[in-house]
Design a binder for this molecule. Structure first.
Ligand SMILES: [Zn+2]
Length: 90
């Protein structure tokens, strides 16, 4: 615990605490929500900050899901009509 430094939000100078956030990606008609992403969140304005490493992991995950969705759409064109939402918890 002693290693943890207090970080301040560049936007509002609020204290940033570690927590979790959601990242939303839109691809074609499908919205992908990645839940439980480890992030640093400003306790004042709610801005979330994600480290490069975490962002990379989430991108990799979304790319994999995107491939799955594309092949799903190809085989199930009827099921993919309309707006779809996919939620992933990490
Ligand atoms: Zn802030």
């Amino acid at each position: 615990m002693s290693k943890e430094k207090i970080r301040l939000c560049p936007e509002c100078k609020g204290i940033i605490k570690s927590g979790h956030t959601e990242m939303v990606y839109e691809l074609k008609d499908i919205k992908i929500t990645v839940k439980n992403v480890t992030a640093n969140i400003c306790s004042k304005c709610g801005q979330s900050f994600i480290t490069g490493h975490v962002a990379e992991e989430v991108n990799r995950l979304v790319n994999r899901v995107r491939e799955d969705i594309n092949s799903f759409i190809k085989t199930q064109p009827e099921a993919s009509r309309g707006h779809k939402e996919v939620a992933i918890a990490v």
